[in-house]
Ligand binder design. Structure first.
Ligand code: C6P
Length: 429
């Protein structure tokens, strides 16, 4: 048999440049939180993979909603309820267009990526998985795209299989054909972008291989949609999960996109108001999509805020955002390499990563690095980043992580590198 063709590891099919064309100073004025002093220094917010800051456009939309339109949705026949419902469903239609869904009915509101993945694992998994089946994940996954699969595997008798990482933190995709050859994998769940390494995975290429083998594909887009936009049809995936708060929107609102025919066939995830059609004493029937998956009063204001965030991001442009982040990553990698004995994680080619730079220095634990940087007004994250398998792969308990968005600057990267000098002087010999 001929060897399978090598899987392309090009990060993206879209042409990209590593120079930024954004007017960052103008954009920064949209974010009140960025203009503050922290510990006597201007805030350098480099923790965007955890959550992004919110522009005035989003804050105004939230305030306007609560001041004028606040009511429950789909329940009342009064003016405010109609307005709230229009805003709620209007946001769904906007997100559907933004991610390239065929219909708003394919967009399910959730609390965030974590809930979106739990929904699919519990609902699709309970209806479709059985002993002997396999679920393909990877060592790159955030716990949100690992633990839900462990839970459903334990309930159904299915088994987890893992794609491993190379030394630069890329998926070893050469192993994929052999894993799929076994014929047992039913679904694969992989991240679009690693929150711990920054690696952008070649989702469209992986999708093709999975579908040729009849395997469904869920993508954890928590770090994807926010940083380079997403078109689920172009990616050719089956489910896509993302969080509003990482893309300038409010916390507590997220999206699960799924192919309609798959969502139609899945049982409800939670029971309650709004998700039913008819209720009898001993059984109920379900509402049509998307409401079947939206039990209880939803986060209406969250959808309003997310709508405003999507409008805002669209005006900046997904390609421009990614180009800016990659230019900053290229600069940060160069500058960090000047720091003696620094260890950098993730692909060395900035074109293969989004705006995340994980590193360690031998003088100090990442928590101490973060504390010192905080004393200089620089916010980063330190720890295992809810990705303990990544830490294990690279033999470290934790890393320090700077993560950028379109409003970050080279000056902030310089301050980060300078801050590491302070770390070395405090903790070094
Ligand atoms: N990562 C970080 O600092 P939620 O919490 O549901 O919005 O997103 C979960 C999640 C899932 N997948 C990936 C790849 C993620 O990065 C995250 C959130 C944050 O890296 C908080 S742990």
């Amino acid at each position: 048999m001929d060897a399978p063709p090598p899987v392309k590891t090009s990060a993206q099919t879209r042409p990209r440049s590593l120079s930024s064309k954004l007017d960052v100073e103008r954009l920064r004025r949209d974010f009140p939180a960025l203009a503050q002093m922290v510990n006597g220094r201007p805030l350098a917010y480099l923790d965007n993979a955890a959550t992004s800051q919110k522009p005035l456009r989003v804050l105004d939309a939230l305030r306007n909603y609560y001041e004028h339109d606040n009511a429950n949705v789909h329940r009342g026949l009064h003016e405010l309820s109609r307005r709230a419902t229009d805003a709620y469903e209007g946001a769904r239609a906007r997100v559907a267009t933004w991610i390239g869904a065929s219909s708003p009915a394919e967009v399910i509101w959730t609390r965030g990526t974590t809930e979106s993945i739990n929904l699919v694992a519990a609902s699709w998994g309970s209806a479709n998985l059985k002993e002997g089946d396999e679920i393909l994940v990877s060592d790159m996954e955030h716990h949100s795209n690992l633990v839900p699969w462990q839970l459903i595997a334990a309930r159904t008798g299915a088994k987890l299989r893992f794609l491993e990482l190379d030394d630069e933190g890329r998926l070893i995709l050469d192993a994929l054909p052999e894993i799929l050859d076994g014929g047992r994998v039913r679904i694969a769940a992989l991240s679009h972008v690693s929150n711990a390494l920054g690696t952008i995975n070649p989702i469209a290429e992986i999708s093709k291989l999975l579908h040729e083998a009849g395997v469904l594909f869920l993508v954890d887009g928590a770090q994807g949609a926010a940083h380079h936009g997403v078109n689920v049809r172009e990616l050719g995936v089956d489910f896509y999960a993302c969080s509003g708060h990482k893309m300038c929107g409010p916390t507590g609102i997220g999206v699960l996109w799924g192919r309609r025919e798959l969502l139609e066939g899945m049982p409800p995830y939670q029971g309650g108001g709004e998700m039913i059609d008819r209720v009898e004493r001993d059984y109920s029937t379900w509402a049509a999509l998307p409401h079947k998956f939206e039990a209880g009063t939803p986060n209406i204001a969250g959808t309003v805020g997310l709508h405003a965030a999507v409008d805002y991001l669209d005006e900046i442009g997904a390609d421009a955002i990614l180009a800016h982040e990659q230019a900053l990553v290229a600069y940060a990698l160069d500058r960090l390499r000047e720091v003696p004995r620094v260890r950098l994680f993730g692909p060395s080619d900035p074109g293969e990563r989004a705006g995340v730079v994980s590193f360690t220095v031998p003088e100090a634990h990442p928590h101490d690095v973060s504390t010192i940087l905080d004393s200089e007004g620089i916010a980063i994250r330190a720890g295992h980043h809810c990705a303990q398998l990544v830490m294990r792969r690279f033999g470290v308990p934790a890393t320090a992580r700077a993560s950028f968005y379109f409003y970050n600057t080279r000056d902030e990267v310089d301050r980060l590198v300078q801050g590491l000098e302070t770390v070395r002087s405090v903790f070094g010999d």
